[in-house]
Design a protein. Structure first.
Length: 275
């Protein structure tokens, strides 16, 4: 069972299994980092089109992050050599940027984490490449709905399982699979911390949500079965049945009244199709 730890901005924060509870200055730091993450994803909207390489998109993310006064948290993380993750079609998460070009009809997740003044702003969003088939667009829509239904459950007194239960209920009502192998996570001054935020759970289970908790909610929803496998590169996760997968991610903080989403799009570009 996780314990809770109230932390001050000048504390040395360790990944020790405790759930950190933060104060007002930390909320302000997360707002700045989250806003930058959302702005980066906004700027990518006109760049995601047929013929662009995922490597070029990664270059754009790196430059936008640096221009914002931050560093890409993924760059050098556990040996990872890129500034974001780009996952196409049946890639569930952690797709590695390369010289691969996007094609008409692809669906793409781009996951960015700028590290700004010591705080991590972690967010991902789906993009549609050209004319996308209806079944793929519907998967993307439902995945976004899953994220927001999970966020509705993120309030003091609820438990982490209430978030996962809401996501699972909505996804499975559409006969989609909810990925179990990957989950949301605590964050703040650490990139990945307690608690783990699973996206398929029983209501009323897991740690209680308390004001000051920071974590991501990032459901990965498959058009087919939930099972995934890891490729030989050690990063890329794909659906075992080669069905399409979609994901959205926000970073949030629990408040006295509910929760604050740190990574909302300043331009209202929350989900495709983007104006």
């Amino acid at each position: 069972m996780n314990q809770y730890q109230t932390v001050a901005d000048d504390d040395t924060v360790l990944r020790d299994g405790t759930i950190k509870l933060h104060g007002p200055e930390a909320f302000e730091g997360m707002r700045r980092a989250g806003k930058l993450a959302a702005e980066i994803l906004d700027e990518l909207v006109p760049l995601v089109e047929p013929g662009v390489t995922t490597g070029a998109l990664d270059d754009a993310v790196r430059q936008l992050t640096l221009d914002g006064g931050a560093m890409p948290a993924t760059l050098g993380y556990r040996g990872y050599a890129h500034s974001c993750c780009i996952s196409i079609n049946h890639v569930v998460c952690h797709g590695i940027p390369s010289d691969k070009t996007l094609k008409e009809g692809d669906i793409v997740n781009i996951d960015v984490t700028p590290l700004l003044d010591g705080w991590h702003g972690d967010s991902s969003r789906m993009y549609l490449v050209g004319d996308v088939p209806l079944k793929a667009r519907r998967l993307v829509d439902v995945t976004y709905e899953c994220l927001m239904l999970g966020i509705e459950q993120a309030r003091p007194g609820n438990r982490l399982g209430d978030i996962g239960a809401a996501i699972q209920r909505h996804a499975e009502a559409h006969r989609y699979g909810v990925v179990r192998e990957f989950c949301g996570h605590g964050l703040g001054r650490l990139f990945h911390d307690a608690p783990e935020v699973i996206h398929a759970a029983r209501p009323g289970t897991g740690p209680e949500l308390k004001p000051g908790m920071f974590f991501t909610i990032e459901p990965m929803i498959n058009l087919g079965k939930p099972a995934v496998k890891l490729l030989s590169d050690g990063w890329t996760a794909v659906t075992r049945d080669k069905s399409l997968s979609a994901q959205f991610e926000h970073s949030i903080g629990i408040t006295e009244e509910g929760c604050e989403i740190f990574t909302l799009s300043p331009r209202g570009l929350h989900k495709p199709p983007y104006a």
